[in-house]
Ligand binder design. Structure first.
Ligand SMILES: O=C(O)CCC(=O)C(=O)O
Ligand SMILES: [Fe+2]
Length: 210
């Protein structure tokens, strides 16, 4: 048994799902007031969001045929961001305790998908090329239609899961293992995408975020 978080949900379901299938979808995982505060932040700071980029380091590109959502990285400046990061820190520690993965930090950004915005099928990390180990997605609102997250198996085309975004749902999956896509949003869709990372830095190579 894991200790229930003082902030949110018990992590047992998350850890069991990850052990059994490599991904987990938990509804109402985060406190409603926190989700509402984070959603409000997306709305009030919308003009600070920028077209999302794909790739890493010098390969970083803006490719709007692959994704056209807008993102803003957390800077920890609001109490809502700090509260969210505190919960993710608990998740990080729980995953490390169960799976001995040595996850050492977490990075995340807000994302806004306006009507019609999408993110085509992709992997968040490629074996040996990224320090992203687990992806998290947390939804901040509940659009009426569209914007489903589709998770695919490592091999094969039949989706494992079709998830309609719902405020408070938290999804966690192994970044290298599951291709996934965001279907075109039917209306504004607010979320936080984040990654637990392992440390690839060494004495002569510093591995930064992204
Ligand atoms: O918002 C989602 O449901 C998934 C987003 C995603 O795949 C990403 O940002 O890498
Ligand atoms: Fe992704």
């Amino acid at each position: 048994m894991t200790t229930p978080s003082q902030f949110s949900f018990s992590f047992d379901t998350l850890l069991d799902d990850i052990a059994e299938q490599g991904y987990s979808v938990i509804e109402n995982a985060l406190p409603q007031e926190l989700i509402a505060d984070l959603e409000k932040q997306c709305e009030t700071q919308a003009e600070q969001f920028q077209l999302a980029k794909i790739g890493r380091h010098q390969d970083l590109q803006q490719v709007s045929t692959i994704r056209n959502d807008k993102t803003k990285w957390f800077d920890g400046a609001t109490t809502a961001e700090q509260a969210y990061l505190a919960i993710m820190e608990e998740v990080r520690v729980a995953i490390n305790q169960s799976f001995f993965l040595g996850l050492f930090d977490y990075e995340c950004h807000f994302a806004i998908y306006q009507q019609g915005d999408f993110y085509k099928k992709h992997l968040d990390a490629f074996k040996g090329k990224s320090n992203r180990v687990f992806t998290t997605v947390c939804y901040l609102n509940t659009p009426q239609v569209g914007g489903e997250l589709v998770i695919y198996p490592e091999k094969g085309k039949l989706p494992l899961a079709h998830i309609s975004p719902k405020a408070g749902t938290l999804i966690c999956f192994e970044s290298e293992r599951f291709p996934h896509e965001v279907l075109p949003a039917g209306s504004a869709r607010y979320s936080i995408a984040g990654w637990f990372r392992k440390n690839n830095s060494s004495a002569n190579f510093v591995d930064p975020s992204q």
